[in-house]
Design a protein around this ligand. Structure first.
Ligand code: 5GP
Ligand code: ZN
Length: 120
């Protein structure tokens, strides 16, 4: 089911353009508009589920397998050293778009992504 006014429903179903890395009948994988690192991608189901707990188990399994495939491809294309696979549930956890998505974030040794320090 699609949800009216959900930006990721529109992107996943091709109504709003996004840089697409992969697409099948259940998912679209896109580049994040505000990347944490070069190649930061998002796995979006085409149907609307607010979070991991609403996502049916068969799609949860497929999403994780897709995460493995896409990150393997990232390694080939970007030659990165590692990845974060991140999935936020709830505002307290940093979720800002309430359509399930999985972040795939390429990482390199000492890239500083996610590190904060006191200024001065
Ligand atoms: P969350 O914080 O909900 O886990 O992640 C939402 C992610 O979606 C953020 O990393 C944000 O940059 C990304 N995002 C939000 N709106 C858009 C959009 O319209 N297009 C794309 N490609 N990414 C988006
Ligand atoms: Zn949606």
């Amino acid at each position: 089911m699609k949800m009216k006014d959900c930006i990721f429903c529109k992107i996943a179903n091709g109504e709003i353009p996004a840089a697409t890395l992969y697409e099948d009948q259940d998912f679209r994988v896109i580049l994040d508009l505000g990347p944490a690192s070069k190649g930061h991608a998002l796995i979006l189901p085409k149907a609307h589920f607010e979070n991991l707990y609403e996502l049916p188990d068969d799609l949860a399994g497929k999403a994780l397998i897709l995460a493995k495939e896409v990150t393997k491809k990232m390694k080939k294309v970007l030659n990165c050293d590692g990845y974060n696979v991140v999935q936020n549930n709830g505002t307290a956890a940093g979720q800002t778009v309430f359509h399930f998505h999985m972040h795939l974030i390429p990482r390199n040794e000492n890239d500083g992504v996610g590190i904060t320090w006191e200024p001065g």
